[in-house]
Design a protein around this ligand. Sequence first.
Ligand SMILES: NC(=O)c1ccc[n+]([C@@H]2O[C@H](COP(=O)([O-])OP(=O)(O)OC[C@H]3O[C@@H](n4cnc5c(N)ncnc54)[C@H](O)[C@@H]3O)[C@@H](O)[C@H]2O)c1
Length: 311
Amino acid sequence: MENLKGKTAFITGGASGIGLGIAKACAKAGMNVVIADMRQSALDEALSIFRQNGWPAIAVRLNVTDRAAYKEAADKAEEAFGKIHVLVNNAGIGCAGGPLWEVSHKDTDLALSVNLVGVLNGIQEIVPRIIKHGEGGHIVSTASKAALLPVPGCGLYNVTKAAVVGIMESLAMDLVGTNIGASAFCPGGYITNLGMSSFEVTAELSGEKPVMPPPPPPPKEDGEPMPMMEEWSTLLRSPDDAGERVVRGIQRGDLYILTHAEFKDGVKARADAILRAFPDEVPNKRYGEVFPYLTYNDIFDKQTQVPALGK
Ligand SMILES: NC(=O)c1ccc[n+]([C@@H]2O[C@H](COP(=O)([O-])OP(=O)(O)OC[C@H]3O[C@@H](n4cnc5c(N)ncnc54)[C@H](O)[C@@H]3O)[C@@H](O)[C@H]2O)c1
């Protein structure tokens, strides 16, 4: 979807971090923006940035797990801007860590409902509206680098994010023949409010008092920050970078929007392991002729090499 000017983007988790970075990049590309988020204070702050810049936007309080509220939010977006063209399913929470067998049922249900069902809710509510107006559009869902190269100790998060990639690959197939594209966004590390917002959202959805995360380690006696913390802050990226990459991915029609070339070797090792696991036998050509839709899928052919930002 090359020309974004005058089109409308609906962005969940759009009031903070990566979602806000995407919202700002969409506004800079000339789009109307619907910032949908669960946290009212973050919505107020985000909207003020849009007002200061004169960017057209509305803020809508939405919990993506609430299907009736999702319909109301989409109706409000259409009342404000007429049509929705781009949906960014970005709302997400950090999940309980530890081995999968130790994660509680409650944490499992919560993680799946926000990170996975929330994405499906967005697709089911908004894609029919985009199909109906016929002007074309694009759906992006924020998964994570953890979907392609799982993070040790974060099994539940890895699971939810791998599922998001599966959703977007399936959606891309479903949308073949339409003028609507689909992207799985798999960011590496960004400086955001994920730790704090996950506590707040988890507390509200589970009806329990938030247990505050432990404070960061104290500064050294000479007042210098811990060397590791200092280095982290130089390695993590700004959400504005994520926004630019997502907008470019929408314009290019990329199936995968990736960041951080540092993860390439790890992802390659995973892909190679999968290929090595096929039995060393000659494939039966007839199988591919009888079941071509099972042996090959040309949605993958559309993903081409992505230049560095700014090239
Ligand atoms: N920060 C990173 O390094 C990183 C890396 C990979 C993937 N991600 C993913 O990026 C997405 C955005 O997270 P972020 O890091 O920008 O954190 P963030 O806390 O800055 O933003 C997340 C926003 O989502 C909102 N949200 C959470 N649950 C919601 C719900 N049920 N309904 C509506 N809004 C809800 C929060 O209120 C918050 O404003 C998440 O899906 C996260 O898993 C983040």
